[in-house]
Design a protein around this ligand. Sequence first.
Ligand SMILES: [Zn+2]
Length: 299
Amino acid sequence: MGQLGASGGALAIWAALAAPARAETIVTLTFDDGTEGQDAAGAVLAARGLRATFFVNSGRANGESGYLGWPAVAALSAEGHEVSGHTITHADLSVLDAASERHEICDDRAAFVSRGYAARVLAYPYGRYGTDTAAIAQECGYIGARTSSGLRSVGGCFACDVAETIPPFDVYAIRTPGSIRDVDGLDVIEGYVTQAESGGGGWVTITFHRICDGCGTLSTPLPTLTAFADWLAERVAAGTVVVKPFGDVLGGPEPAREPPPDRPAGSGCASGAGAGWICALAMGLLVVRVLGRSRKERT
Ligand SMILES: [Zn+2]
């Protein structure tokens, strides 16, 4: 009996070791294009302890109508969300030459970095990229990039995988279900999470665009997003999923951000006794540095 008990114990241990460990399901919520209304989505998520990633076009954040400006982008970051690049003008990278791709990707990323954002990850506009795009994204300093398809979707690929692998097969072509459409109800959005959970876990990135009611084919009403956030927060609390910003999955927690230099006009220099000449001196040094740098770049 003792002999049987010992071998039974050994079998149990072997079975435990041999059983595949259930992989965790990581959910990343991404919002593309920095459209007005996404600030409300950021607040809804932050109130529930959910941190998302906002892929913003720096050219549009400079003041284009209908898009969040830099102060609103900074507010999303202050809520704990990740902010990263989506090219300057929302360019279709698959049709550009290498120099234009470099401009759209590198100069866009530089606009975020100069404001203190880590800008670790890129989302390809329209999910499209050319044969040289991944190498250029890497050259520009991005550690990975997101497409907007490749996983099983209600409106697209029925035979695709239900989740991206961790680490991804291709970090510069990370797969997602198709972007959430205006016809996708709460059941569809929740389904992208539960199909990954029941399919053995992995990484599911959900791609939202406009947050408004019936304002385009790629839009989600705020009440639907709020209901999804409530449902997702419950699953996080229950331990069935983990929600992380996109760059955190690839590169760990985001480093602390420098305060953005978005100040009201005229407040660049502090007022007060003695502050004026210190500021003038600092501005003079800055001008000399910038002039020196642009002279170097011209050569
Ligand atoms: Zn986009």
